[in-house]
Design a protein around this ligand. Structure first.
Ligand code: BES
Ligand code: MN
Ligand code: MN
Length: 461
C-alpha cells in the first residue's frame, strides 16, 4: 500500500472515533466574548493540549496571556524539511437565539450526514480535521512528513489581542516556511475552492447623548434631542439606500481588480448569486447595484449596523425620549487598507454627519487588517493538487468577505505563503443557530490535509 492509501485507510477506519472526539470538544462552551465562560475557554484549550500530546507532539502547552490562553505545539522532524505553521481558533460565538436550535448547541448531534453544534464548522471541526490528518501521519509513518508548529487561539471571535501580541513578540518561535489556516468555506459541495483574500474589519461603537436624563415624550417632544433618532440619521448619512458609503477617503483607496476577476464576477459561471439568494432566503439583494454581488462581498468596503441600544424596547409601550443611545457599527475593508487609519476617516465622517445638539463618542472596539495572497507558490499549488486528488475537481480561487485578523499579521511578520484552505460549506450557519459541518466535507478535509502535508515535503527552497 502506498503512503496515500495508508493515510486514507487510517482515516476511514478511525472516522467514527475522530468524530466522537470532535463531539467531546464541542461540548465545551468556549464562548470567548462572554466573561462567564472564561473557565470553559480554558478547558477547551486544555483539551487541545491533551489531544496534541496524544497524537505525539513532543511539545504541546498552554500559553497564558492577558486574555484567553493560546495553545502552542511543535513537532520538529528534520531540519532539511520545510516547517508548516498551522493556525486555528478554539473559541466559538455565542448561541443566541438559543430556542432556534433544533438540538442544544453544546450537545453535538449527528443528523443526516452533518454534525450540529456551536463550533462544528467555525472552527473546532476544521481544527479537528487537521489534527486527524496529523494523527494519521503519526500512526502510519511514526512521524510527520514536515516540521509542524501549531498555534491555536481562544479569542478570535472576540477580536482579541492576545494572539497578535504573541506573533509580534515571538517571531522566532513561529518562524515557518508556510502557514495553513482551515477556517473558511468552499463554493459548494461540488466545487472546492481556495481563498486568495480576506477582507479587513473595523468594529466600532458610537455612543450618543442628548438631555441629562430620560424625558417624557409629551412634555418635551418637539424640543428634546433624541439620541436614537440622531443615530438613525447618522447611519443613513454614512450609508445611503443605494449602498454607497459616505467616507470620502474610502472611495479613492479601493484597489482595482484584474480583468479576469471582473469577468468572473460579471459572468458568475458557478451561479453563486443564485445560491446566495437561496442561502439568505430573500428574492432581492440590496447594496451597490453597479457592482456584481461577488465583488460587493469580496472586494468592496461595506458598512453595517449590528445593533442599536437605548430607550425602550420591551413589551408594550412607554413614552420616553432616551437620554442616551449606542450603536455597534462595523466596516469590512479591502485588504490594502489599514483599519486603524480608516477609523480616523470614520471619525471625521461621524463628526461632519452627526446632527446638531448631541454629544457623541466613537470607540474602536477592534480592528483587523485583511490579506491578499499571491497563489503562485509551491504551497498553494500543493494545496490545489491535494484538493483535486481528494475532491476530484480542481479548486477555484475565491475572495472571501469574512475576516481572520491574524492572517495579516502572519503575512507581515513571517512573510511566507499563507494557505487558506477551508472545508466549510455556505450552509454551515456559522455564527447562527444550528451551526453544522458536513461529515463528507470533514472526511475529505482530513484526507486533503494529510495529502497536502505529504506534498510539501522537500519543497523548501
Ligand atoms: N471563520 C471566520 C471567518 C470567515 C467568515 C471565513 C465567513 C469564511 C466565511 C472567523 O471565525 C470570523 O468569524 N471572523 C470574524 C472576525 C472578527 C470577529 C474580528 C468576522 O469575520 O466577523
Ligand atoms: Mn473562524
Ligand atoms: Mn467566526
Amino acid at each position: 500500500m502506498d503512503s496515500q492509501a495508508k493515510l486514507n485507510n487510517y482515516l476511514n477506519e478511525n472516522f467514527d472515533r475522530i468524530v466522537s472526539m470532535l463531539q467531546e470538544w464541542l461540548t465545551i462552551p468556549s464562548i470567548s466574548t462572554l466573561p462567564e465562560h472564561a473557565g470553559d475557554v480554558q478547558r477547551a484549550a486544555q483539551w487541545a493540549v491533551e489531544r496534541l500530546s496524544a497524537i505525539g507532539f513532543p511539545e504541546a502547552r498552554i500559553v497564558s496571556t492577558a486574555g484567553h490562553p493560546l495553545v502552542y505545539a511543535e513537532w520538529q522532524v528534520d531540519s532539511q524539511q520545510p516547517t508548516l505553521l498551522i493556525y486555528g481558533h478554539y473559541d466559538v460565538q455565542p448561541v443566541d437565539p438559543v430556542h432556534e436550535w433544533s438540538s442544544p448547541p453544546f450537545q453535538p448531534t449527528l443528523r443526516d450526514g452533518y454534525i450540529y453544534g456551536r463550533g462544528a464548522s467555525d472552527d473546532k471541526g476544521q481544527i479537528m480535521l487537521v489534527l486527524a490528518a496529523l494523527e494519521a501521519w503519526a500512526e502510519t509513518n511514526t512521524t510527520q512528513p514536515v516540521n509542524v508548529k501549531i498555534l491555536l487561539e481562544g479569542e478570535e471571535e472576540a477580536g482579541g489581542a492576545a494572539v497578535g501580541d504573541y506573533v509580534l513578540n515571538h517571531p522566532e518561535t513561529l518562524r515557518a516556511d508556510a502557514v495553513l489556516i482551515c477556517d473558511t468555506h468552499m463554493v459548494n459541495a461540488g466545487q472546492p475552492s481556495l481563498i486568495t483574500s480576506l477582507r479587513g474589519i473595523l468594529y466600532t461603537e458610537i455612543a450618543v447623548s442628548g438631555a441629562k436624563t430620560d424625558l417624557h415624550s409629551g412634555s418635551y417632544g418637539g424640543v428634546a434631542p433624541n439620541p436614537l433618532h440622531a443615530l438613525c440619521l447618522l447611519i443613513s448619512r454614512l450609508k445611503s439606500e443605494d449602498g454607497s458609503i459616505h467616507i470620502p477617503q474610502l472611495a479613492s483607496a479601493i484597489p482595482a481588480a484584474s480583468l479576469t476577476e471582473k469577468q468572473f464576477w460579471q459572468e458568475d459561471p458557478l451561479h453563486i448569486q443564485k445560491e446566495l439568494l437561496v442561502e439568505m432566503g430573500v428574492n432581492k439583494m440590496v447594496g451597490e447595484t453597479s457592482y456584481p454581488p461577488l465583488e460587493r462581498i469580496g472586494l468592496r468596503p461595506t458598512l453595517e449596523v449590528h445593533g442599536i441600544r437605548g430607550g425602550f424596547s420591551g413589551e408594550g409601550a412607554k413614552t420616553v425620549i432616551p437620554a442616551r443611545a449606542v450603536a455597534k457599527v462595523s466596516l469590512r475593508l479591502p485588504a490594502n487598507l489599514d483599519p486603524n487609519e480608516v477609523f480616523g476617516w470614520l471619525l471625521q465622517a461621524v463628526q461632519s454627519n452627526m446632527p446638531a445638539g448631541y454629544q457623541f463618542h466613537l470607540s474602536n472596539l477592534h480592528a483587523g487588517k485583511g490579506i491578499s495572497v499571491n497563489p503562485d507558490n509551491p504551497y498553494i499549488r500543493a494545496a490545489a493538487e491535494a484538493v483535486e486528488v481528494i475532491f476530484g475537481t480542481l479548486p477555484v480561487f475565491m475572495r472571501e468577505g469574512g475576516s481572520i485578523p491574524i492572517a495579516a499579521l502572519f503575512d507581515e511578520v513571517l512573510q511566507v505563503p499563507i494557505v487558506l484552505l477551508g472545508f466549510g460549506l455556505p450552509g454551515d450557519r456559522v455564527h447562527a443557530p444550528n451551526e453544522n459541518f458536513s461529515l463528507d466535507q470533514f472526511r475529505k478535509g482530513m484526507k486533503t490535509v494529510a495529502d497536502f502535508l505529504g506534498r510539501i515535503r522537500h519543497s523548501k527552497p
